[in-house]
Design a protein around this ligand. Structure first.
Ligand code: G3P
Length: 218
């Protein structure tokens, strides 16, 4: 399972990269705004800074919602770095844009996916990644994991190569359940990733090992 971090915060990206388990980064306009990054030049520079930290794919989202605008933006975004994957919203023009990029060999991440039908369309258009939003479904009392299971099954039925990128991950249980279901990738905050480290028996066990060592070694 690939681990992506869902942030535009350079310090968090560096911390995850330093752990040696980071496979990529996803961003969105809200996450860029949260870091106070504005203006095309600054935004592009920030994407480049992210690409320079990580070894894997970096999703950069278009702002345009019309076909021509998405093509224009996407073609500019991929000039930043070869790690850039163009993130495109699940709308009709978005599907057309994904198909266009797929034909040109430009990788895409279809975002804001909340149903199996949407995921099927993204795969048919040739998206490299599909991003079902687990947490936001859970927020409205719909089990996001059911959607992951459906998409994994449908893609397996037809051999679609689109990778299932479980997004809107909120905590460690989401990550574990997605891994059980066979999601190819998860993207979440650093806190969800580091929460996987924690177990009270690990802490108490380590404490005892060190105390026993100290008894005889001083
Ligand atoms: O990047 C898309 C997605 O992961 C957003 O997550 O927590 O804002 O629902 P969240």
């Amino acid at each position: 399972m690939k681990f992506f971090i869902d942030t535009a915060n350079l310090a968090e990206i560096k911390e995850a990269q330093a752990m040696g388990i980071l496979d990529g980064v996803t961003t969105n306009p809200s996450l860029m705004a949260k870091e106070g990054i504005s203006g095309k030049d600054n935004i592009f520079r920030h994407y480049k800074a992210i690409c320079d930290i990580v070894d894997g794919d970096v999703s950069a989202e278009v702002i345009a919602t019309d076909y021509e605008g998405m093509i224009r933006e996407g073609e500019e975004l991929v000039t930043i770095d070869e790690k850039i994957v163009v993130k495109i919203p699940m709308i009709k023009d978005g599907i057309k844009a994904i198909k266009y990029f797929s034909n040109k060999g430009i990788r895409t991440n279809c975002t804001l996916v909340f149903s199996a039908g949407q995921a099927l369309l993204a795969a048919k258009a040739g998206a490299s990644y599909v991003s079902p939003f687990i947490g936001r479904l859970d927020d409205i009392s719909v089990d996001g994991m059911d959607l992951i299971a459906q998409i994994v099954l449908i893609y397996a039925n037809y051999g679609y190569e689109t990778e299932v990128l479980a997004a809107s991950i909120r905590g460690p249980i989401h990550i574990i359940k997605c891994a059980e279901l066979g999601a190819d990738v998860m993207t979440g905050p650093l806190s969800a990733i580091t929460a996987l480290l924690k177990h009270p028996l690990t802490d108490s066990g380590l404490e005892k090992f060190l105390a026993d060592h100290k008894k005889v070694n001083g």
